[in-house]
Design a protein around this ligand. Structure first.
Ligand SMILES: Cc1cc2nc3c(=O)[nH]c(=O)nc-3n(C[C@H](O)[C@H](O)[C@H](O)COP(=O)(O)O)c2cc1C
Length: 304
């Protein structure tokens, strides 16, 4: 191909802008070239306290990349992705070229429609269990190289998760630098623009700590209560074989593909990494769930 039309650029950029991102920082930028589109991470959107290693920034870029790929498919292009790890362009995350033409599938059209419907659902879900529904939905997830989606459902696993989330909530609630950063990235409105920080609704104490963002005023329930609530949600841990730059991007792609697939199936969900910023929480999860890889994020799904 040689060049993108204005309409194509608009659709691709709009899809990226609707992707979830850590603290709604939207830490990416697209650059359109005749032969390809480059996705860059925006280092000026760093969160030094919450995300000192930039892991969440790259997971966010992975989510945006998944949206870009879907937009290209809906435009009838067959995308080819090259994930970048090049010292001369350290902030370039991916190059996406259009290498052919093909009609989008129904699944791709459904996922693309889900881009605008997706929102972080931090509230509790309806009481209906959804193990069967979710397992059917997961069959439709194509998956991303090497990324594992680990269901967390055994009572002993849920109990361990509750202990770790409780611990991280207590630590982060008392971390003044962390709280200052979160306050700075909280928009004064319920529906902030892309890149303008998290919704003011996340300030409410009613959003429980495993599903929301722990603030100074967040009431932290006891471990038994937490375990009971978690046991009624469908929990998926995204893990990667290694813990490098490309693993983080792929984790974001896999998470977003899964999230869009569940939204297309009428479910709601949210994504958490906040507790994973504590080393002991990641290490504790690896041990309690006998993971072979590195836990990157937790997805929770349910009926809205
Ligand atoms: C890498 C990453 C980490 C996130 N971590 C959390 C989290 O720990 N808790 C939470 O409530 N939301 C988390 N989110 C959700 C973002 O806050 C949310 O995507 C953003 O505010 C935009 O809102 P939306 O998802 O409703 O479009 C995370 C999102 C990403 C991509």
């Amino acid at each position: 191909m040689t060049g993108w039309t204005q309409g194509e650029k608009h659709l691709i950029a709009a899809a990226a802008a609707a992707a979830p991102s850590v603290h709604n920082t939207q830490p990416w930028m697209l650059e359109f070239h005749d032969e390809y589109v480059s996705l860059y991470e925006r280092l000026d959107r760093a969160l030094p306290r919450h995300d000192p290693l930039g892991r969440d920034r790259l997971i966010s870029c992975g989510a945006a990349l998944e949206h870009v790929l879907l937009a290209m498919r809906v435009l009838g292009w067959v995308p080819d992705v090259e994930l970048r790890h090049d010292r001369t362009h350290p902030d370039e995350v991916a190059r996406i070229s259009a290498v052919g033409r093909a009609e989008p599938s129904d699944v791709e059209l459904d996922r693309h429609r889900a881009i605008t419907a997706r929102r972080s659902h931090r509230k509790p879900f309806a009481a209906r269990r959804l193990d069967g529904d979710m397992r059917r939905v997961l069959l439709g997830v194509r998956g991303i190289d090497g990324v594992g989606l680990r269901v967390v459902s055994e009572p002993a696993e849920i109990a361990a998760l509750a202990r770790l989330l409780n611990h991280s909530a207590l630590v982060l609630r008392a971390d003044c630098a962390y709280q200052r950063e979160l306050a700075a990235w909280t928009a004064p409105v319920r529906q902030p623009l892309p890149g303008a920080g998290v919704s003011s609704a996340t300030r409410r104490v009613s959003t429980l700590p495993w599903a929301g963002l722990v603030r100074r005023t967040t009431a932290i329930p006891d471990i038994g209560f937490l375990a009971d609530r978690l046991s009624r949600e469908f929990l998926l841990l995204v893990e990667t074989p290694d813990d490098g730059r490309l693993d983080h991007v792929r984790a974001g792609m896999a998470a977003e593909q899964t999230w869009l697939t569940t939204v297309a199936a009428g479910l709601a969900g949210s994504l958490l990494t906040q507790p994973f910023q504590l080393h002991e929480v990641r290490a504790g999860l690896m041990e309690a769930l006998t993971l072979g890889g590195f836990p990157q994020l937790l997805l929770r799904f349910g009926h809205p």
